[in-house]
Design a protein around this ligand. Structure first.
Ligand code: FAD
Length: 507
């Protein structure tokens, strides 16, 4: 028997490690609630994780098997579980963050000590962090060059899905480890023991039910969403993706974060969509340069632009893999260091969505209500925090980490360091978004803004986009409940430029 350890791959389909284990022998599957991982979790992500686990468990049950659920340090739990099951080998898929790699190294040592074989697979990305390098053999720090190599590489087919006969049946699992009264219940594995199919409630793990909706979970929901996106919206993705009111993006991020759908499966589906577009339009060969920023270069280029986002995810994964310290440190350090202003009241107003800049406030309130924020708006609120409030990007990162259902260390960190001009592929420090013109350009009718900022409903879009220029009396007449801008963008822009110049040792 083989024991498969699920982590960020809550699925049976296109799961490289699980397929490899099932190809050799019968598989028992387990998930371990690791206290170190829970230390970094949040209410919404625990809810989302539990929903994903419930969907995963249902898939095992449909095949006559079940999911073993344990709580404790994986170094302790896994050797015990392997012994109870008499499993020959523990198999898992690699997680590329620094913390995960340290944990996996400790688990490897513990399993070696217990005489249990182990095997780790590449699964979470199409192209492993080590496989795409510059001609000089270094990891890429510029996305455009990375993308060219990424898109030219051959990709693997989706891994086969295990069938009922590949899995240990539920009765045998119960006999081996039992539930609350089973052989391992009072064993050395922390108080909760190991159970078959028993999922804890958030409160059992020290978390509350979140205020925000954690969104749908599981492979079936992921496939439904992907199919719907790839049957229509993807063909105008390049032209529409920057407009938050249009719902034109795939909303796959949380599914990908928890690994409820395999990236090979997603990529293969985009290739099919591209082939269909080529056939329809008679376009062939190269899909153009991908465009962006509202360009509409036809459906083939639109699908390619979507694939570019999948490549951003893998780009940031390799940045984190090669530079695990970026979780806390600037990737690009300025000679003199940046001295952030860090005003606690301003940061608090940003978190509450009460800055008096409508598009910023709409984004922060979408985050609070839906545990999600549109990408263009993530860029705007991140620029606002770092370059208008002159606050350290780590405040923003920590807040996103707590509130986003799709929080992914690599992508979140990459996004924040990009906005703060401290990242790999960062925007130059002198490029500072103007939150009013961004709102006007990407939400011209203020539909997105008024969805999340009810105080501004009923106002003319023009008035909303001029909020910073209105007099106090005009503001009081138009929307008495909505705050005046907490900072003056043009003044803060100058201060930000001076702050970065000082950091560069230029003054
Ligand atoms: P789509 O546009 O449909 O893109 C498809 C997929 O590509 C996404 O699901 C995601 O997996 C990937 N992707 C898209 N854009 C990016 C990007 N810029 N960087 C890396 N991967 C990308 N994404 C996360 O998954 N988790 C995060 O914690 C996260 N934090 C961010 C923080 C900031 C400050 C910024 C600017 C961006 C962040 N992103 C993060 C990237 C991006 O905003 C989200 O992936 C995207 O909004 C998710 O919506 P979607 O699935 O509809 O995206």
């Amino acid at each position: 028997m083989e024991l498969f350890w699920h982590r960020r791959d809550l699925r049976l389909a296109d799961n490289v490690g699980l397929a490899a284990a099932a190809d050799r022998d019968e598989v028992a599957a387990a998930f371990v609630f690791d206290p170190d991982v829970l230390d970094h979790a949040s209410d919404v992500r625990v809810r989302r994780l539990l929903d994903g686990l419930a969907a995963l468990r249902a898939e095992y049950r449909d095949r006559g098997s079940d999911l073993l659920v344990a709580r404790g340090d994986p170094e302790v739990v896994l050797p015990e579980l392997a012994a109870a099951l008499d499993a020959e080998r523990v198999v898992w898929n690699r997680d590329y963050s620094g913390l995960a790699r340290e944990r996996d190294a400790a688990v490897r040592t513990a399993l070696n000590g217990a005489g249990v074989d182990r095997e780790a697979h590449h699964d979470a990305v199409l192209h492993t962090p080590d496989s795409i390098r510059t001609n000089a053999g270094d990891p890429y720090s510029v996305y455009t060059y990375y993308w060219r190599k990424w898109t030219d590489r051959e990709t693997d087919e989706p891994a086969p899905t295990p069938e009922a006969g590949d899995l240990v049946d539920a009765e045998a699992l119960t006999a081996a480890v039992g539930g609350a009264d089973g052989p391992l219940a009072d064993g050395g594995v922390e108080a909760s023991g190991i159970a078959v199919g028993d999922l804890p409630a958030p409160a059992d793990l020290g978390f509350a039910e979140p205020d925000a909706d954690a969104g749908p979970a599981g492979t079936e929901a992921a496939r439904e969403r992907l199919d719907a996106f790839l049957s229509e919206a993807v063909f105008s993705y390049d032209a529409e993706r920057d407009y938050p009111a249009r719902g034109a993006t795939s909303r796959m991020s949380a599914f990908l974060k928890y690994g409820e759908i395999g990236v090979r499966e997603v990529y293969e589906a985009t290739e099919r969509a591209m082939a269909a577009a080529e056939e329809r339009t008679g376009e062939g060969g190269e899909a153009g340069d991908g465009g962006g920023d509202g360009d509409d270069e036809g459906p083939v280029a639109a699908v390619e632009e979507y694939q570019q986002q999948l490549a951003w995810r893998e780009f940031y994964t390799q940045v984190l893999y090669h530079n695990p310290e970026v979780v806390t440190d600037d990737y690009k350090e300025y000679e003199e260091g940046i001295v952030w202003r860090d005003d606690p009241d301003e940061i608090a107003a940003w978190k509450r969505g009460e800055t008096g800049y409508p598009i910023v406030d709409a984004g922060m309130r979408q985050l609070r209500a839906e545990a999600f924020m549109h990408n263009r708006v993530r860029m705007i609120v991140a620029s606002f925090l770092t370059k208008d409030l002159l606050a350290d990007w780590r405040h923003g990162y920590d807040h996103f980490r707590e509130k986003l259902a799709d929080h992914d260390t690599a992508n979140d960190n990459g996004g924040w360091q990009w906005a703060a001009s401290t990242g790999t592929d960062a925007q130059p420090y002198f490029r500072i978004f103007n939150p009013m013109t961004q709102g006007e350009r990407y939400d011209p009718d203020a539909e997105y803004i008024t969805e999340y900022v009810p105080e501004l409903r009923g106002l003319d879009a023009d008035l909303i986009h001029e909020w910073h220029e209105l007099s106090p009396t005009q503001r009081a007449n138009a929307a008495p409940e909505y705050p005046a801008p907490i900072v003056d963008h043009s003044k803060r822009r100058e201060e930000a430029l001076a702050m970065y110049k000082r950091a560069r040792g230029e003054d």
